[in-house]
Write a protein that binds this ligand. Structure first.
Ligand code: OGA
Ligand code: ZN
Ligand code: ZN
Length: 371
């Protein structure tokens, strides 16, 4: 490698990434310096390539306003090659936006639902990695033959993350209740939606573990909300834009709870890439705004609603006892058909988060690479 990786790198960036023991705590790898501790205008005085234990390193001697500042940094050449501006990666996605996803319509997945048996998932690291990768790439995985035990859904969540406890409890029972506080706990059909948009932060992973499914009806559906939003952007860019800009109030109220959150239906990252979908007709609150904004919002909301119901987008399947669906609640919308309230249908649900899932996946990969 030539010294261009050094000369192409802005000096403050390079200086801030100095790996030496003064700049980074050797035990934790955490940075020790505040940005205000760094010289105001650092400059590379000289740079040379040296052999190192783990490959060549570039040694930089720093100057400030043409005077040595007494600091020396050693950057592994491989690190520079991977991270310097103009290097192979460029600005990376954070793993959450459409840039890092495989968008799908129902036909793309028929006959190849991402799945794994519980036995293989718990016993084989490669299967576990593939299953968690499916949640990141496609938005879901279907674990099969998960023991039909009470509270087992919590054990499933703990294989990759931390259970997010809510007003519904550590877990929630999806079955017909005598005095329901949510339509999910009746036999009513439920259109494609994301859960808990009235919470901020929203739970980013949802689990649904099927214990019994003997009732007539009660089939499941999933829609890729990123795909639907990308279609909206293509077919009606102004409507897409409205849904990314108008804050929407979602609310949930029962005898003990009063939750509300205001977020747009489609959230984009600072580069404009689709990052989060919130969509739940049951808990959309009363919007406030100018008459013009309300008109525009309702027209755009309706277009997006029609798109989400478009034939071909929704993947239909039926959960069998032992199936546990794990999905990205910031991307996929889930649905179910109506079912007979007298029959036996019982799911247990829980929430967790994508950051924990991503961490577990990264550690599994690291261990896999080291093995
Ligand atoms: C829910 C839900 C779907 C189902 O509980 O959030 O959407 O299949 N349930 O009952
Ligand atoms: Zn340093
Ligand atoms: Zn739901």
């Amino acid at each position: 490698m030539s010294s261009t990786a050094i000369s192409d790198s802005p000096a403050p960036w390079l200086r801030d990434n100095c790996p030496c023991g003064e700049c980074r705590d050797p035990r934790t790898g955490q940075k020790l310096l505040r940005i205000t501790d760094l010289p105001d205008r650092p400059a590379v005085g000289s740079a040379r390539e040296l052999p190192g234990d783990d490959g060549p390193v570039w040694e930089v001697v720093w100057e400030v306003v043409w005077e040595p500042d007494g600091h020396r940094s050693r950057y592994p050449a491989a690190w520079l090659a991977a991270h310097c501006p103009g290097g192979p990666h460029g600005p990376r996605g954070d793993g959450r936006t459409e840039a890092d996803k495989e968008l799908w319509a129902a036909g793309d997945l028929t006959g190849r639902l991402p799945g794994a048996s519980w036995e293989a998932y718990t016993g084989d690291r490669a299967v576990r990695i593939r299953a968690l990768e499916s949640v990141r790439r496609l938005g879901f995985v279907l674990l099969r033959d998960v023991p039909c035990r009470d509270r087992m859904v919590l054990d499933v969540a703990e294989t990759f993350g931390f259970v997010r406890r809510t007003n519904y409890g550590e877990l929630f029972e999806v079955r017909v209740e005598a005095d329901p506080n949510n339509l999910a706990f009746t036999g009513a059909p439920i259109d494609p939606h994301t859960d808990n948009p009235y919470r901020d932060p929203v739970p980013t992973v949802q689990l649904l573990h099927c214990l019994r499914n003997e009732a007539a009806g009660g089939d499941s559906g999933l829609v890729d909300g990123f795909h639907a939003a990308a279609l909206l952007r293509r077919e009606a860019p102004e409507a897409f834009d409205v849904l990314t800009r108008v804050p929407v109030e979602f609310a949930f109220t029962d005898a003990r709870t009063e939750l509300r959150a205001q977020r747009p239906l489609i959230d984009v990252d600072p580069l404009g890439r689709i990052r989060e979908i919130r969509y739940n007709n049951r808990s959309l609150g009363t919007l406030h705004g100018s008459a013009r904004v309300l008109e525009e919002f309702y027209a755009a909301y309706r277009l997006f609603g029609e798109l989400l119901l478009r034939p071909g987008l929704r993947l239909d399947f039926r959960l069998a006892p032992g199936d546990c669906l794990v999905f990205d609640n910031t991307r996929l919308l889930h649905a179910r058909t109506a079912f007979a309230e007298v029959g036996g249908r019982h799911l247990q649900g829980a929430y967790a988060d994508l950051d924990g899932l991503g961490s577990t996946l990264a550690v599994l990969r690291r261990e896999g690479a080291a093995a």
